[in-house]
Ligand binder design. Structure first.
Ligand code: MG
Length: 169
């Protein structure tokens, strides 16, 4: 069954949203590189790769379903951040927005009785639970240490250990 025009538009919007996420995380990686926090920078680079992979899942899916991916413009991401907590709070806020977008796509797939699209979205819905959980944990840890340098370096070391597929797709 071919993807409906509405769903195709929604999937195309999501390709753009995922690539915009990737771009945002790359900008955050640049901030951490500049701050000499290699663990945070590594974590953000992995976020960048993951979001690009999500975009490609939607890209491929549109074509698998007889549609056509069309690419839209991506705005300039923020580059001024106050501190690591500011970056991670923005990450959490961003992931919550992405969850809303994916939930809306799922709602549309339900309204259009597109069962295949619903199943395709299951992975991404699960992924958002993980994204929000992980970002929230880092935010909470940064609040616990309240800018303590030793604590910050400990968190940096832990984030540096993240490997591909570390509980996330
Ligand atoms: Mg994503």
């Amino acid at each position: 069954m071919k993807l409906s025009a509405n769903l195709q538009e929604s999937f195309n919007d999501q390709i753009n949203a995922e690539l915009a996420s990737a771009y945002l995380y790359l900008s955050m990686a640049a901030y951490f590189e500049d701050e000499n926090l290699p663990g945070f920078a590594h974590w953000m680079r992995m976020q960048n790769e993951e979001e690009t992979a999500h975009a490609m899942r939607f890209f491929d899916y549109v074509h698998d379903r007889g549609g056509r991916a069309t690419l839209k413009g991506i705005g300039e991401p923020p580059s001024d951040f106050r501190n690591p907590l500011d970056v991670m709070e923005r990450t959490l806020e961003h992931e919550r927005k992405v969850t809303v977008l994916i939930n809306r796509m799922y709602q549309l797939a339900i309204e259009e009785s597109d069962y295949a699209a619903q199943v395709m979205l299951h992975d991404l819905i699960n992924e958002q639970v993980e994204e929000e959980k992980v970002a929230e944990e880092i935010v909470d840890h940064l609040r616990i240490i309240e800018g303590d340098g030793t604590g910050l370096l400990q968190i940096d070391a832990r984030l540096g250990e993240r490997t591909a597929g570390d509980g996330q797709i």
